[in-house]
Design a protein around this ligand. Structure first.
Ligand code: ADP
Length: 298
């Protein structure tokens, strides 16, 4: 299937700062795609280029198989920074203004987008009475005007409390279930892991990796073991079928297994039956965080 978005070799510098360096990846239709990276890694710059707010120095991108155009932009709802809603106006009145200024959708769509973000019951309340999570949901409602196929969100949970974060997370999942493609930038690994199906990791403007979350941020079981007879242990381990790979560091071995598949009792039994008594056998979990730091640290 044709990707919703295809990015090829995008570069952008601000004077001497290279914000993006030859970034390329595809966003498949119907996914929740996280652009993950620490602050300053180029996420907002990339989103701004994709929305034609900024111009890339080099590279191209295609939305729905075509170069960016006013027609394709109609199919993309975006939320790059918190919109300026009027505190003394209700949700409905604020969205009426958003709709009139943006020209997206019609005034008749407003009730529907408020329903989607679950603000119907409070649609007549003043914006100033909303919680932070409700304010952000209203901003997303604004981005949903015109029923776009794609939603582009920059740090959608920034500044929210845990309840607000959970609300936005649920909303993103719900929109994805309804068939929208969601592209969101985040510096929070945890957030990306919880809502995204796909991820691209940026570090100082360079793409480190991109693909399905479970592949990119794969969690591994690592079994560390040793025995006094290192060579014999090495021979036994090389005949093991389960691990995806084996590392040796001095007299210590590390066996890497897909998450949840390492069986210490079986490893111990097999080694013992083959005449080697282990003097060390332990399961280390490689956390997603460790993987993220491994990818993004120098
Ligand atoms: P992120 O969204 O991942 O935090 P940004 O795209 O905002 O990253 O920034 C990437 C790099 O570009 C950073 O080093 C930032 O300081 C720099 N940068 C962003 N916008 C500008 C600008 N308007 N002028 C100069 N440098 C900028």
């Amino acid at each position: 299937m044709q990707p919703v978005l295809s990015i090829q070799g995008i570069s952008k510098s601000y004077g001497r700062i290279q914000a993006l360096n030859q970034v390329s990846f595809d966003v498949p239709a119907g996914c929740v795609f996280g652009i993950l990276g620490p602050n300053g890694s180029g996420k907002t710059t990339l989103l701004s280029i994709l929305l034609d707010i900024l111009r890339a120095d080099a590279g191209t991108y295609r939305w729905f198989g075509e170069p960016g155009s006013p027609a394709s932009r109609q199919k993309i709802g975006s939320l790059l920074e918190t919109p300026n809603f009027y505190h003394y106006l209700s949700a409905v009145d604020n969205l009426n203004i958003t709709q009139a200024i943006s020209g997206r959708g019609t005034p008749a769509d407003i009730d529907q987008v408020l329903e989607i973000v679950k603000l119907s019951a409070r649609k007549k309340s003043k914006f100033s009475t909303y919680s932070l999570g409700m304010k952000q949901r209203l901003a997303i409602a604004g981005a949903l005007l015109g029923n776009p196929d794609v939603l582009l969100l920059d740090e959608p949970t920034n500044g929210l409390d845990p309840v607000g974060i959970a609300e936005i997370r649920e909303l993103i999942k719900q929109l994805a279930r309804e068939g929208k493609t969601i592209i969101m930038a985040s510096h929070l690994l945890d957030e990306v892991e919880k809502v995204c199906t796909h991820v691209a990791i940026l570090k100082k403007g360079t793409l480190l990796t991109a693909g399905p979350v479970d592949e990119v941020l794969s969690n591994e079981d690592i079994v560390e073991l040793s025995a006094s007879n290192t060579d014999q242990l090495g021979q036994i381990l090389s005949a093991f079928a389960g691990p995806s790979h084996i590392k040796r560091d001095g007299d210590l071995f590390e066996l890497f297994y897909p998450v949840g598949t390492a069986r210490l009792d079986e490893i111990n039994k097999t080694c013992f039956e083959k005449g080697v008594a282990l003097n060390r056998l332990l399961l280390k979990k490689k956390s997603l965080e460790a993987k993220f730091f491994e990818l993004t640290n120098d």
